[in-house]
Design a protein around this ligand. Structure first.
Ligand SMILES: *[C@@H]1O[C@H](CO)[C@@H](O)[C@H](O)[C@H]1NC(C)=O
Length: 304
């Protein structure tokens, strides 16, 4: 929480109009105001996160829209956290379906431009915000369902791994997994822990060390996703699964979720400063910066 407060200096212009939200209509009107404020602040009209009410009462659809592949820029992460926080505090919502509004990917994870060629203070801020997002998602009182309609690699798995349920589109391009080791880096323990909680120790050992990316059938078999459906049914399936989850009284479900997840979340809360220090000193190494630069250059070349 302290870190969210720390972030407020950055995001205060976005938050100022968001205090106290008596009803949904008011919210949507305020959102429009916020967008103008943000547009001024970031000098763009882009809206990176779109929140819409769904056809089911109490369920919001949150669409990730940081083109082209929803990589986690600092601006995108900040906007995501603000939207989640607002949904969390809005009593009209009990569940969120998170999906991508980018045709090419669900999420590509960490934006390498945020961790390459910048200074330690920037890396520190970036990693804190990423941890904040993880904590907000992992301990959310809402039911979170990931409707994974595109590839989802490395840090892109953050949202699915912290959700309550994962639905993957049945398309060979829709690979999912933590492939960090292939880039010569290791996934942080707070990515490893939820993976272990979901697919078990041995399967995690295997998947993490080899940096495996699972196509849909294998993803289902190993249990990193709960359901695989044709791409055009991802959204409707998410809504019908959500209805099952919402049939359970919130209070009992929330207590149970917290009971199961708190020990894992506490590890991050307790070790987050050390984790930041480790990350910053690792990423600042010349050898790592060099390999990131080479990887970025390769990505750029492929694009041209
Ligand atoms: C991880 O997987 C994604 C999706 O296939 C791919 O774009 C990315 O290049 C991979 N990263 C590494 C380092 O292999």
């Amino acid at each position: 929480m302290a870190l969210i407060v720390g972030m407020l200096s950055v995001v205060r212009p976005l938050l100022c109009t968001w205090a106290g939200l008596p009803d949904a209509a008011f919210w949507w009107k305020e959102r429009a105001t916020c967008c103008k404020v943000r547009a001024r602040r970031f000098g763009s009209q882009r809206q990176l996160v779109v929140v819409e009410p769904s056809s089911t009462a109490g369920v919001a659809v949150l669409k990730l829209k940081n083109l082209p592949v929803n990589s986690f820029s600092l601006e995108f992460l900040t906007e995501l956290i603000i939207n989640l926080e607002k949904l969390e505090n809005d009593k009209t919502f009990r569940g969120i379906i998170i999906t991508s509004d980018c045709p090419k990917a669900f999420s590509a994870g960490v934006d390498l431009r945020e961790i390459c060629g910048k200074n330690p203070a920037h890396y520190t801020e970036y990693w804190k915000v990423l941890q904040d997002l993880w904590l907000r998602l992992y301990l959310s009182n809402l039911v979170l369902i990931s409707a994974i309609n595109g590839p989802c690699a490395a840090g892109g798995c953050l949202i699915p791994l912290t959700s309550d349920y994962r639905i993957l589109a049945d398309n060979p391009k829709c690979l999912i997994g933590l492939n960090e080791t292939r880039l010569g880096i290791s996934a942080p323990f707070w990515f490893k822990d939820p993976l272990v909680n979901i697919i078990g120790h041995r399967a995690s050992e295997h998947a993490l060390q080899l940096g495996l990316l699972f196509p849909p059938a294998e993803a289902l078999q190993v249990g990193i996703v709960d359901k695989v459906v044709p791409k055009d049914q991802v959204q409707s399936t998410a809504l019908s699964v959500m209805t099952q989850w919402l049939a359970i009284p919130d209070h009992a479900r929330q207590l149970t979720k917290n009971m199961i997840r708190k020990p894992t979340a506490d590890l991050l809360v307790k070790h987050r400063d050390t984790d930041i220090q480790n990350f910053v000193s690792f990423i600042s190494r010349d050898s790592i910066q060099k390999s990131l630069q080479m990887y970025l250059a390769k990505l750029k070349q492929n694009k041209d």
